[in-house]
Design a protein around this ligand. Structure first.
Ligand SMILES: Cc1cc2nc3c(=O)[nH]c(=O)nc-3n(C[C@H](O)[C@H](O)[C@H](O)COP(=O)(O)OP(=O)(O)OC[C@H]3O[C@@H](n4cnc5c(N)ncnc54)[C@H](O)[C@@H]3O)c2cc1C
Length: 545
């Protein structure tokens, strides 16, 4: 055979492995955060998700993006989105796993941690489908404020049936939700919203309003209902907007076009116009921001978890490639410098997993005042830091695959395009850092909650103690210093990651983290770990053979 027709020195696809049991960082995090009872279920899920079939479904859903069908052939408005069958199959499986609402449907100790681990595993496979899952997960607690008004909806949101039919809620087996906040003139500053709402009769929570205006980003428009912000007489307010009205006719939601996005291609993100659109007020008039932020806190948690999942898949792909590709007479994984890069990536990935799963535990302990304060401050910290590190990890993992990494057929390309998104939506980086300042200045016990988190491992390592002492001293007068908010948030994130890693799992991983992230200043690039035998262990932890 001609040499050019042979394909040598190429690793096989990394498929048909257990996504959970091969990921020691996640297994340990589950144990550390008190959800080891979920080990069996996650082992089964990890096996189901790690198949060639699942990876292929994820690829197919992204290679065949949704199409907008505005009109039928007679010119009647349809406002529908058509998806590839792979999307529906993925959605069916995702909802069957309860990734959209399991902690609400079956509340118990560790339910949010278990769901976080499952959602992270799913994030290794496909990310567009995570968008409606996350919005539904966040919408349930916001709607729970008026449970009676939304009882028929609540039952369907908690169901494990995926039902994409556009029919009245009474006929549906399951339902999903989206949200509309961002307008053309501004997304971060939603106070600038110009969409208006007028009461159709009596005003107040649970009453009908008519909404007129637009949303510039409106993802997953095939969801059954949306939480939408609009200006009412008393100010910005939150409305429940179904696609189908109680009488079975369509609500006035006019899709304009779908966004042509960098990544997240399987998922439809639309622009939409509202014209006298039916909506029901959720919460008090004028209290729209706190009401929708009830949802936002969960979606921010999911950004951190999802980004950690994509990072893990990118690093696993890089390690797999290096274990099977040779250059200069040796496997890449045996080249000392490459080994350092891979170990450093694995370390970043492990720290991200540890932080995201620890944060999920604070969502489980909602009755505990100190955990509630921790959740308040650690959510923007984790959302900022994990999402900020993720694109750098993805780029480095891509480079490990060399030119093959940059090719669309390969496993990294679509994940790489996905990575910046978690940093942008649900509050971009700066907004998260300003929120950290706000949480520290205005919310009771947030500083105390952070101190308590660090205190648990005080004495374990002198470098850690020193880092934390300086940080806690600086927290006291950080509130007014907006320009330094990123520096402060990064320092909190690093201290939190170190303390969580010190709490359990691998002692040598914690030591590697402290020497490279706490003791030697901010790393400029990956591959800067001190020479140490821990490198081997790190690779084994991110992808167990
Ligand atoms: C694929 C995709 C899907 C989306 N889906 C939805 C959806 O379904 N529903 C929805 O409501 N929105 C959605 N969004 C919108 C998203 O949440 C917003 O884009 C995001 O909140 C930022 O708002 P913006 O784009 O208006 O940017 P801007 O608010 O203009 O911000 C631009 C930049 O300025 C920074 N900035 C803003 N204020 C300050 C400040 N005071 N100090 C320092 N820096 C600041 C921000 O951090 C950001 O980096 C989606 C976005 C994308 C990309």
């Amino acid at each position: 055979m001609k040499a050019s027709l042979e394909s040598a020195n190429h690793p096989d696809d990394l498929v048909d492995y257990n996504l959970f049991t091969s990921n020691a960082a996640l297994v340990d995090a589950l144990e550390r955060e008190g959800a080891s009872a979920a080990h069996g279920r996650l082992t089964e899920l990890g096996a189901r998700l790690g198949t060639r079939e699942m990876f292929a479904l994820g690829d197919a859903a992204n290679r065949n993006p949704p199409a907008l069908k505005l009109f039928d052939r007679f010119g009647n408005r349809l406002d529908e989105v058509e998806f590839h069958p792979a999307w529906h199959e993925l959605m069916r499986r995702l909802v069957a796993e309860g990734l959209h609402t399991s902690p609400w449907a079956e509340p118990r100790d560790g339910a949010h941690v278990e769901r976080a681990a499952a959602y992270m595993l799913w994030g290794e496979i496909e990310n567009g489908t995570q968008c409606p899952a996350t919005m539904t997960y966040g919408a349930v607690p916001a709607l729970a404020r008026q449970r009676d008004d939304f009882a028929p909806w609540m039952r369907r949101l908690l169901s494990r049936h995926y039902d994409p039919r556009l029919v009245p809620i009474g006929q549906k087996h399951g339902a999903l939700m989206g949200m509309g906040m961002t307008e053309k003139q501004g997304g971060s500053d939603v106070r600038a919203n110009i969409t208006r709402a007028e009461p159709a009769g009596a005003a107040g929570p649970g009453h009908e309003y008519r909404i007129t205006g637009h949303k510039w980003f409106f993802s997953a428009p095939m969801c059954d209902a949306f939480l939408v912000l609009a200006q009412a007489a008393a100010g910005l307010s939150c409305f429940f907007v179904p696609r189908i009205l109680p009488d079975g006719s369509r609500n006035a939601l006019y899709l304009q076009r779908l966004k042509d996005k960098v990544g997240n291609r399987s998922n439809a993100s639309s622009e939409v116009e509202f014209e006298n659109t039916y909506g029901v007020l959720v919460g008090e008039e004028g209290r729209g921001i706190p009401t929708i932020l009830e949802m936002g806190v969960y979606t921010r948690l999911d950004c951190a978890i999802g980004a950690a999942g994509i990072m893990r898949q990118c690093v696993a792909q890089a390690v797999h490639h290096a274990r099977h590709r040779s250059a200069f007479g040796r496997l890449l994984v045996d080249q000392p410098l490459m080994r350092n890069v891979l170990a450093d990536l694995a370390l970043e990935c492990e720290a991200a997993i540890a932080l995201a799963i620890r944060l999920a535990r604070a969502f489980d302990a909602q009755q505990d005042e100190l955990e509630a304060a921790l959740r308040r401050v650690l959510t923007p910290v984790a959302k900022y830091w994990i999402c900020k590190r993720a694109p750098a990890v993805g780029a480095e993992a891509m480079e490990v695959l060399g030119g093959n990494g940059y090719v669309e057929e390969g496993p990294i390309a679509r994940r790489f395009r996905e990575l910046p998104l978690n940093g942008i939506w649900e509050g971009s980086g700066n907004i998260m850092c300003l929120d950290v300042l706000r949480a520290l200045a205005r919310e009771a016990r947030t500083g105390e909650a952070l101190a308590a988190l660090f205190q648990r491992r005080r004495g374990a390592d002198a470098r850690f103690d020193q880092y934390v002492d300086r940080l806690l001293a600086d927290l006291r007068d950080a509130a007014g210093d907006e320009a330094s908010a990123r520096i402060l948030t990064e320092r909190i994130a690093l201290a939190a990651q170190a303390s969580i890693l010190l709490e359990g799992g691998s002692e040598s991983v914690a030591q590697a983290f402290i020497s490279s992230r706490l003791a030697s200043g901010a790393p400029a690039a990956f591959g800067v770990l001190p020479r140490s035998p821990v490198h081997d262990g790190l690779l084994e932890r991110v992808l167990r053979r």
